[in-house]
Design a protein around this ligand. Structure first.
Ligand code: NAG
Ligand code: NAG
Ligand code: NAG
Length: 402
C-alpha cells in the first residue's frame, strides 16, 4: 500500500498496472467534497484488437471514504486525470492484492515508421533557408567540436528570420490538417497530414529531408549521414565495413525491439549522449557498417494534455534527434512540453530540451537512452493571457540514422 497526494497539475498517465503477481488494485479516497470540474478522475480505457488502450469509457469521480477496486489484467488501462483544483488536494491510499500471475497475451509491437534516404537537392536550399552563420565552415567546425564533446547542441535563430516568420504564419493561419497520435499508453499529440500541407511547410519538411541537410548535419555532428561526409575516426575500417554489412542490412525489417539481437548499427562517432554504464567494445565494432543513412520526420502540434511516454517496448538505438520549434512565445518549462532524455532503467535525467522559438536542437543518443515529451499541464493555459491567439506550440521532429 502507499499513500498518494495529487495537487494542481498532477496526473498519472495511461498504464495497466501489470507487474508480476498483481491481481487486484484498490484505491481508498480521502478527498474533500469533489466533482468532475476539479479533475483527478479515475478514467478507464477500452482496448483495441491488439490490447492497446483506445478511449476513455468511464470516469470515476473520487469521493471521501469510497473504495474502488479492479482486476489487474492486460486490458486494465486507466489514468488519473490531471487535478485542476488549485486549492484541494486529492489524497488516497492505494495498493494491490497479489496472487499467481495471469498469462499475458503476446506483446504487441507497433509497425515501424518508414525511414527514407535523403531527397536529392541542391545546396541552394540551405542558402534560401538557413541563417548564413551556420553555413560558415569555421563555425561548423566549432559546432562539431562542441557537439562531439557533449552529444547535444542548441542552434539558435536557425532559420532565416523571413523564412521562420513565414513558417509560423502558415501554422497560425491553421490550414493544416492534424491527426491525433496514440495509443494513450504511448503518446498523445497531433501530427500534420503530409499530403495537405501549405507550400511553405512542405518546403520546410523537404529541407530536413534534403541531401544538403544530411551533409550539413554531418558537418555539425561528425556523424556520417552522407557517403561524402568525411569519416575521421575510421580510416582503417573500410574492409571491415564492407564485409560486415550482410547481417545488418536486414535491419529495416526488424521492428521488434525486444527480440532484436544485440548487434547494433549507427554510430561511427563515439560521442553519443549516454549513461555511465559500461560500453562494450565489440558492440562499437559492430556499429561500423555500410548502410544508407535515412531519416523520418513529422510536424507536430503540442498543446494542453499532450505527452509521450516511455514504455516497456520503447525502442533504443543510435540516432540523431533534430527538433525545430515554432510559436513558443511565453512558453515556460513548468507547462511541460519539454523533451527529457533519461538513461534506460534509471531515473537519472541526462538532458532536457526546452521549446524555444526558431531553435534547432540536435541530440545524439545511444542504445541506453530513452526520451519522452513531458505531459503538458493546465498551467499552459496561462500562455493565452499574454498570447491570446496561441494554443501550444509546434515542432518539426526528425530522426536521422547513419
Ligand atoms: C517567434 O517567431 C515569430 C515569427 O518570426 C515572431 O513573430 C515572434 O515574435 C517570435 N517570438 C519570440 C519570443 O522570439
Ligand atoms: C561541409 O564541410 C565541408 C568542408 O569540410 C564543405 O566543403 C561543405 O560545403 C560543407 N557542407 C555544408 C552543407 O555546409
Ligand atoms: C489575434 O487574432 C485576431 C484575429 O485573427 C487579430 O485581429 C489579433 O490582432 C490577434 N492578436 C494578437 C495579439 O496577435
Amino acid at each position: 500500500m502507499s499513500c498518494a497526494k495529487y495537487e494542481f497539475s498532477d496526473a498519472l498517465l495511461c498504464h495497466d498496472d501489470e507487474l508480476e503477481g498483481r491481481r487486484i488494485a484498490f484505491i481508498l479516497y480521502l478527498v474533500p467534497p469533489w466533482d468532475a470540474s476539479l479533475g483527478g478522475t479515475l478514467d478507464l480505457f477500452s482496448v483495441d484488437e491488439h490490447f492497446q488502450p483506445k478511449q476513455i469509457v468511464k470516469s470515476l469521480i473520487p469521493s471521501w471514504n469510497t473504495l474502488v477496486f479492479f482486476e489487474v489484467s492486460p486490458v486494465s488501462f486507466h489514468q488519473v486525470s490531471e487535478v485542476l483544483s488549485e486549492e484541494k488536494s486529492r489524497l488516497s491510499i492505494s495498493g494491490w492484492f497479489h496472487g499467481p500471475s495471469l498469462t499475458r497475451p503476446p506483446t504487441y509491437f507497433e509497425p515501424l515508421i518508414a525511414r527514407s534516404p535523403h531527397i536529392p537537392q541542391d545546396h541552394e536550399i540551405l542558402y534560401d533557408w538557413i541563417n548564413p552563420t551556420y553555413l560558415d565552415m569555421e563555425y561548423q567546425a566549432q559546432i562539431q567540436e562542441e557537439f562531439e564533446e557533449s552529444s547535444e547542441i542548441l542552434l539558435k535563430e536557425f532559420l532565416q528570420p523571413e523564412k521562420f516568420a513565414e513558417v509560423c504564419e502558415a501554422l497560425e493561419r491553421g490550414h493544416v490538417e492534424w491527426s491525433s497520435r496514440g495509443p494513450p499508453n504511448k503518446r498523445f499529440y497531433e501530427k500534420a497530414e503530409q499530403s495537405q500541407l501549405p507550400d511553405i511547410l512542405r518546403d520546410c519538411m523537404a529541407l530536413f529531408h534534403s541531401e544538403a541537410m544530411f551533409l550539413l548535419l554531418s558537418n555539425f555532428t561528425g556523424l556520417k549521414l552522407h557517403f561524402l561526409a568525411p569519416s575521421e575516426d575510421e580510416p582503417e575500417d573500410k574492409k571491415e565495413r564492407d564485409g560486415a554489412s550482410a547481417a545488418e542490412n536486414t535491419e529495416e525489417g526488424t521492428s521488434h525491439s525486444s527480440s532484436e539481437p544485440e548487434n547494433s548499427r549507427g554510430a561511427t562517432s563515439d560521442s553519443s549522449l549516454q549513461s555511465d554504464g559500461p560500453t562494450d567494445p565489440e558492440e562499437d565494432e559492430a556499429k561500423k557498417e555500410s548502410s544508407v543513412p535515412t531519416c523520418q520526420g513529422e510536424l507536430r502540434h503540442w498543446k494542453t494534455g499532450h505527452y509521450t511516454l516511455i514504455h516497456d517496448n520503447s525502442k533504443t538505438e543510435f540516432a540523431l534527434d533534430l527538433l525545430l520549434y515554432c510559436g513558443c512565445e511565453g512558453w515556460k518549462p513548468e507547462y511541460g512540453g519539454f523533451t527529457s532524455y533519461i538513461a534506460k532503467g534509471e531515473d537519472e535525467e541526462l538532458l532536457t530540451v526546452n521549446p524555444e522559438n526558431n531553435s534547432l536542437a540536435l541530440v545524439y543518443r545511444d542504445r541506453e537512452t530513452l526520451k519522452f515529451v513531458k505531459h503538458i499541464n493546465h498551467r499552459s493555459l496561462e500562455q493565452k493571457k499574454s498570447f491570446p491567439n496561441r494554443t501550444g506550440f509546434w515542432d518539426f521532429s526528425f530522426v536521422y540514422y547513419e
